[in-house]
Ligand binder design. Structure first.
Ligand SMILES: [Fe+2]
Length: 379
């Protein structure tokens, strides 16, 4: 991301300002000391942990069902847990976790993800993310990025619902949208000004001290008796951010544009994009929806958030489809004819292309629409 500075700090890094009120500098950085980082200035020592405990976590079990194109009624299960305990993994591989969150409970502990970067799309509701970087607001239609290793508390409304991607590798802006100076290029689907960073104000003391550190198959609980949210200044390039898809500019063309033009974030093992309300292709004989395609090297995941999804039979708001490598897919019978002459779409859908094969969970089995493979049979 871009450089941000908040609050107070010594003029030079790795120096002290006032010896009596010495601030405790923390480097928060990825890829050892070579990746993006920020420097935070705590009033106390962030390393003081009174005790650690191990907490078991509900394990993911792999589905035994056949791997083929999938349709999930992904929000058809009851609200449960908090952001810490209620994330439901629908599919995964060695690098990624993909699923949904419909919490019934507020967070009553802090969380830190030791292994995964997180980006979630806010399908319903709103909230605030509190971290040592300050307060970050989010609302419907936002992507919220939570760096690996961040200690945070999410406060959200009762209807908060999100589609979540967790990645072991860094989640970032695709390199092709950046010029050699690191600035977002002209022609990209968004601009630096669209991104919101945390501000060092407005944190309410909750008394919450325990930090649940997520290690994928278990938690380590840090027992603390002092707050970690004691930062008086920070600067750098690595911090949580939010950005709303309404500020994005979809790229459209004379003929059908392939999914990569809708890419918004990327990592080593995936790309993430958004299909947004947009005008369709303007060639007089254009077919404005996708052609048949065979994703030879990717599994293609779509979460349908708002609008009318005309190329997919049986899909509704809250659906997730997965089109797997090895099996061709495309419009269902009648969809091409039905699309001709249409001028625009009002859909909003999040797309993930996973480069390594995805596996599905036993939880996924409980929300699956088993008729989906038959939706391509002409009746
Ligand atoms: Fe596709």
């Amino acid at each position: 991301m871009f450089y941000v500075k908040q609050g107070n700090m010594p003029q030079s890094r790795h120096t002290y300002g006032d010896i009596n009120g010495m601030l405790r500098e923390e480097l928060f950085g990825e890829e050892s000391f070579d990746g993006p980082y920020s420097l935070l200035y705590h009033s106390g020592e962030p390393t003081e942990v009174m005790a650690v405990e191990k907490k078991e976590k509900d394990g993911m079990k792999e589905s035994m069902k056949v791997v083929a194109h999938k349709h999930y009624n992904a929000l058809s299960y009851p609200r449960q847990g908090s952001f810490v305990t209620g994330r439901k993994v629908i599919m995964y591989n060695d690098r990624l976790r993909i699923g949904t969150l419909q919490p019934s409970d507020r967070m009553d502990v802090l969380m830190r993800n030791a292994l995964f970067e997180t980006i979630f799309f806010v399908h319903h509701g709103s909230g605030e993310l509190f971290s040592p970087f300050g307060r970050l607001k989010f609302g419907k239609g936002d992507y919220v990025y939570v760096p690996k290793g961040l200690t945070f508390l999410l406060d959200y409304t009762q209807d908060f619902t999100a589609f979540i991607l967790e990645s072991r590798d860094r989640i970032s802006i695709p390199a092709r949208y950046l010029n050699m100076y690191g600035q977002i290029k002209e022609g990209s689907p968004y601009y630096t000004r669209d991104f919101r960073h945390p501000v060092l104000e407005g944190f309410r003391e909750t008394g919450i001290r325990d930090v649940w550190v997520d290690f994928d198959d278990h938690f380590i609980v840090e027992k603390r008796d002092k707050t970690m949210f004691d930062v008086v200044g920070w600067d750098g390039y690595l911090y949580p951010f939010s950005v709303n898809v309404e500020s994005f500019s979809p790229i459209v063309g004379k003929l059908h544009m392939p999914p990569p033009v809708h890419e918004h974030f990327s990592g080593k093992s995936f790309m993430l994009g958004t299909f947004l309300p947009r005008l369709f292709d303007f060639h007089p004989n254009a077919i404005p929806i996708s052609y048949y395609h065979n994703n030879i090297d990717t599994d293609e995941v779509l979460f349908y958030s708002t609008g009318n999804f005309m190329s997919r039979r049986g899909i509704s708001v809250g659906s997730i489809t997965v089109h797997v490598r090895g099996i061709i897919h495309g419009p269902q019978p009648g969809a091409v004819e039905g699309a001709i002459g249409k001028k625009s779409t009002d859909e909003t859908a999040v797309m993930i292309e996973a480069y390594d094969p995805l596996k599905f969970t036993e939880f996924a089995d409980t929300i699956e629409d088993d008729s989906y493979m038959k939706s391509w049979i002409r009746k």
